[in-house]
Design a protein. Structure first.
Length: 741
């Protein structure tokens, strides 16, 4: 059989070719062709026939196998073989087909081209085999003239080239897809540009270095010129990052990057590339130095990749903008509250145990806003921000609230003393020089909780405590404070439930005329009786009720209770008794306070002038106009209004004059020492002021006869205090009235 196969060899390779157009100029590279035949002569004839053939710029190089088994081994050893010219019948009838199966199935090499050759048509493999194993050509050896062989080989190698470039593109595309999705996760511009360089290196599968360049403005902190900066580098020097491109001192690169920008096109060179990225106004140039020139396919792939990169580059800018909007304070350009919480998260996680986090709360900032306008207020905040940032250590500063700043830094640097010195000199806000002070809350690393939000809460606890302090305006968080918070929460819970169970009482403290000595009214004061029969002081639970908002419901109840007391007094023919009710700030903040009061009066059918509201000066600090408007409306309905604790607040005279007042209550602090020599000046001034403003003046906290005497001398109208009576329950108050009037 072997003999007959070879008997047609004479027909082989008759030179019928003069098609020199396929003999192109060669390059250094070759195509490896495996000739498999058990007849050595076929090897030499084949080689001879193909001797000057150049396919797609490359010559052929031969590997020889003389059996199917040999062939299999050689294919494994020579991965660059692109074409196998394969004899079908060798050691067995189908040794060639075994090789085919081995290539396609065992090695899973779909790219290698296979041309089957057989001596006789009778040994042609089934058509299904040709299809299944992707055999390029099947030729009987008689058909293989030189011309036909050249054509067949030429076509096969071209097919190989296409297949491998398709697979290269596919792999490239896979890289693009996976590369792009990796990049999508990078949200910072720096990370993104770094990632882009990495992906490019992978995509081009070359050992290359590169730079990612863009104009610094908006990307590099503090860069507001239009110079080119290096945003990221690959295999160059990390010191280049965030530097101007010119610091590289490479004129060629600087020149080409600029050219790329101005010409808005990629610049390809054999040893380097300048890729132009542009989308939505975001532009960048990627420089790469190449170890070998790019093929057309690589260029095409690159361009596909770059479209995606440009989209991503725009996105990352947009993301940055969103991020800025979400995490930056627009006024001071500092991190905002959200960002501060993140910084605190890092503070918690860091190994640095000697760090401290703090809050700085400006005192009376709203006064500046009210008095000098928001513009000056904003400038003041910006000035404070700037001064805080001048701390020499690497601390992080944020604006956490309207007038609250956050700071994280070394314990040795962020101290009450250093922070306080910041507020010793006035701040320049526009034309104004303003002196402002602040309170500070601190939390040391060792006390810090497990998350940023919790730490913020801890510093807040310390800050709130600092605000209440009279001398030192700072506090370091400790766990006892938390106990206090817990205590407060428990108290609020208990107050809420006791109020719901109707366990609060309203007591009355008589107020008397200094002229007639008769009771003219009473101040209604809340009492909270505990289970063991004791009382919790209103000075303790009223602030909690205010803090928790409970005061709104409780205050409503108090007003109704007071109205029903007025009714009871009327029924007992005590006609000229006014009941005063204390009102807290949160009650005013709720828009319907006036209606609440009017409804109470109407539903109890009591004369409005018998209800008096006691407000403190502090009530004006929040939103003076709202309070003034409400009081004016109440006054229009004849409700009486008293200014409580007068002399202890901060309000300006101009506001006080706008209040529709009936009475001034002189605070106990001015009364205590009034009988002592030269100690009555302030009381005198206040009483005098009240008279000038045409108001009744009542003195609070009168405990002694001497005080009463002095008050009478000063022309005070009315009195209230333990000297006359302590606050008492409703029934006792009726008894008191009976015995007094
Ligand atoms: P305040 O409005 O200044 O009430 C007067 C406080 O002084 C009352 O304390 C009263 O018992 C006390 N007092 C009266 N005469 C004397 C005296 O001669 N000597 C001394 N040492 N104290 C005297 P109380 O009842 O403990 O109330 C404390 C504060 O709680 C009140 O101060 C008021 O601000 C608030 N409060 C009480 N009830 C209510 C209420 O119904 N609503 C609101 N919003 N606050 C209330
Ligand atoms: Ca009062
Ligand atoms: Ca008072």
């Amino acid at each position: 059989m072997h003999a007959s196969e070879n008997s047609h060899d004479d027909f082989l390779f008759i030179d019928d070719s003069d098609e020199d157009e396929i003999l192109e100029g060669g390059s250094g590279d070759t195509w490896q062709v495996l000739i498999v035949d058990d007849d050595p002569e076929i090897h030499s004839v084949t080689q001879l026939a193909l001797s000057d053939l150049v396919v797609l710029g490359r010559k052929l190089e031969y590997v020889h196998a003389y059996s199917g088994q040999d062939a299999c081994k050689l294919i494994v050893e020579n991965p660059d073989i692109v074409l196998v010219l394969l004899d079908v019948v060798m050691e067995t009838d189908d040794a060639g087909l075994t090789v085919v199966k081995y290539i396609r199935e065992a090695l899973n090499r779909q790219d290698i081209r296979i041309v089957l050759r057989t001596g006789q048509p009778g040994y042609a493999p089934e058509e299904s085999v040709i299809k299944e194993y992707d055999i390029n050509d099947y030729k009987t050896k008689t058909e293989l003239t030189r011309r036909k062989l050249v054509t067949t080989v030429y076509a096969a190698i071209r097919a190989y080239q296409q297949i491998s470039s398709v697979s290269e593109s596919r792999q490239g595309l896979e890289k693009i897809v996976s590369g792009s999705s990796t990049l999508l996760e990078l949200h910072s511009i720096a990370q993104y540009s770094q990632g882009t360089l990495k992906q490019l290196v992978q995509l081009l599968a070359q050992d290359i270095g590169g730079l990612f360049c863009a104009r610094g403005q908006g990307i590099i902190e503090d860069a507001d010129d239009l110079s080119f900066y290096i945003i990221a580098q690959q295999a160059m020097s990390s010191q280049l990052v965030n530097q101007k491109l010119d610091t590289l001192q490479n004129e060629e690169i600087s020149k080409q990057v600029k050219a790329c920008f101005t010409q808005k096109t990629h610049q390809y060179f054999d040893d380097s590339l300048y890729l132009y990225l542009a989308r939505g106004g975001y532009r960048a140039v990627v420089y790469l130095n190449l170890s070998e020139a790019l093929s057309d396919i690589q260029k095409q792939l690159l361009e596909v990749f770059l479209t995606g990169i440009a989209i991503g580059y725009e996105n990352v800018h947009l993301f940055q903008k969103l991020n800025n909007a979400a995490y930056k304070d627009w006024l001071t350009n500092l991190p905002n509250r959200l960002a501060f919480v993140r910084l605190l998260d890092n503070f918690v996680k860091s190994d640095n145990e000697s760090e401290v986090a703090a809050l700085i709360d400006l005192n009376h900032f709203s006064d500046v806003n009210d008095a000098l306008g928001q513009d000056v207020g904003n400038k003041l905040l910006a000035a404070v921000a700037k001064r805080l940032q001048s701390l020499s250590c690497h601390c992080k500063v944020a604006r956490v609230g309207a007038d609250v700043f956050g700071i994280i830094g070394a314990e040795s640097c962020v101290t009450p003393e250093t922070l306080m010195t910041f507020f010793e000199l006035p701040f320049t806000a526009g034309e104004q020089k303003l002196l402002i002070n602040a309170c500070f809350g601190f939390c040391r690393k060792e006390h810090a909780n497990t998350s940023g939000v919790k730490v913020l809460n801890q510093i807040n606890i310390a800050l709130n405590l600092a605000k209440k302090k009279r001398i030192e305006h700072f506090a370091y968080y400790n766990s006892e404070m938390e106990d206090e918070t817990q205590w407060r929460l428990n108290m609020i819970r208990a107050l809420r439930s006791d109020f719901a169970d109707d366990r609060l009482e309203l007591w009355y403290q008589p107020q008397l005329s200094l002229v007639s000595g008769k009771v003219i009214g009473a101040e209604a004061l809340l009492r909270w009786r505990t289970a063991d029969g004791g009382f919790i002081s209103p000075s303790v639970f009223i602030p909690l009720a205010e803090y928790s908002g409970l005061i709104i419901e409780i205050g409503d109840w108090v007003i109704n209770q007071a109205c029903s007391q007025i009714k009871v007094l009327e029924q007992h023919s005590f006609d000229n008794i006014t009941i005063s009710v204390n009102v807290s700030i949160p009650q005013f903040r709720l828009g319907n306070f006036v209606d609440t009061v009017l409804t109470a009066i109407n539903s109890h059918k009591v004369p409005a002038e018998k209800l008096e509201l006691e407000i403190t000066e502090n009530i004006l600090m929040d939103d003076p106009q709202v309070v003034i408007d409400a009081l004016v409306r109440l006054k229009e309905h004849n409700i009486s209004i008293a200014l409580d604790d007068f002399g202890t607040g901060f309000s300006s005279m101009s506001y006080l004059q706008k209040l529709p007042l009936d009475r001034l209550k002189v605070d106990r602090a001015f009364i205590t020492d009034i009988a002592k020599e030269n100690q009555s000046v302030l009381a005198e001034t206040i009483i005098d002021l009240g008279q000038k403003m045409n108001l009744k003046v009542i003195a609070e906290g009168v405990e002694e006869l001497e005080q009463q005497t002095r008050l009478r001398e000063l022309g005070c109208d009315e009195v209230q205090g333990f000297y006359y009576a302590k606050p008492m329950p409703q029934d006792e108050f009726l008894d008191f009235l009976r015995s007094n009037n």
